[in-house]
Design a protein around this ligand. Structure first.
Ligand code: ZN
Ligand code: ZN
Ligand code: ZN
Ligand code: ZN
Length: 241
């Protein structure tokens, strides 16, 4: 009697547990279907920005995503010029479905288009490896470095002569215990020397930590791969051209 009631409790617990898990699963399935449909409709209308948002919502649903989503999202990302992200989802689709996926041919064609874009990017010197336009670093004005007052001489260009302790003379005691005065050969009796850090220029160059010495930063604009025209200072950015 006791034995069977314990079994009953365990059985009903599993039932509740299964029902709860299954219920959540159904809700997620509905969400996925809804966002997938929404995304496809936006794509059909050519609204790739909107489609992108629907896919992002889809990605927040904790569930196994439909493999076709990888293809559609890759296509959307391609249209939005996000070629690296597009490539990632192409690879994900191929990894999940191999050569047997229903979108296999379409994915291959898309992959070729993405590779063409990467070739354009690679041969362009005005964008980064993802195709975003480079712009002059505002911090260093494209110089890659910043001038700052010399830390060693505090901008004076001179430092004290340590050989003579700024006296300009060297005092030695000879064998007869007499003091001998000799002019300091290091500073030529001046008591100070040219700053060894800045060479007397009073300033020193620091590598710009915003652009890490490159003189350019990556903007959020998609590069059209054409050389800068209106702005002469950006022409100076690329002296090799
Ligand atoms: Zn000296
Ligand atoms: Zn100095
Ligand atoms: Zn800089
Ligand atoms: Zn470019």
């Amino acid at each position: 009697m006791i034995h069977s009631s314990v079994r009953y409790v365990i059985f009903s617990f599993l039932l509740v547990y299964n029902f709860a898990a299954h219920g959540q699963q159904t809700i997620n399935d509905h969400k996925i279907a809804h966002y997938m449909k929404e995304a496809k409709e936006h794509m059909d209308a050519g609204n790739y920005e909107e489609a992108n948002l629907s896919f992002r919502k889809l990605l927040t649903v904790q569930n196994i995503l439909p493999t076709e989503m990888c293809y559609y999202f890759a296509e959307t990302l391609y249209q939005l010029h996000q070629y690296q992200n597009s490539k990632n989802f192409i690879n994900k689709y191929l990894k999940l479905t191999g050569t047997s996926g229903p979108y296999y041919q379409k994915v291959l064609a898309l992959n070729e288009l993405v590779d063409e874009k990467f070739n354009e990017i690679k041969s362009c010197q005005f964008c980064d490896e993802k195709g975003y336009r480079l712009q002059e670093c505002e911090t260093c004005h494209g110089e890659g470095h910043l001038l700052q007052t010399c830390h060693h001489c505090k901008g004076k260009g001179l430092t004290a002569c340590t050989a003579c302790g700024t006296k300009g003379v060297k005092i030695t005691v000879n064998a007869f215990k007499e003091k001998e005065y000799k002019s300091c050969p290091v500073c030529n009796s001046k008591g100070f020397i040219t700053c060894p850090v800045c060479g007397g220029k009073t300033t020193e160059e620091l590598v710009c930590n915003v652009c890490r010495g490159k003189g350019t930063n990556i903007s959020n604009k998609i590069c059209d791969h054409s050389p800068p025209t209106s702005n002469t200072s950006s022409m100076d950015l690329f002296p090799d051209n």
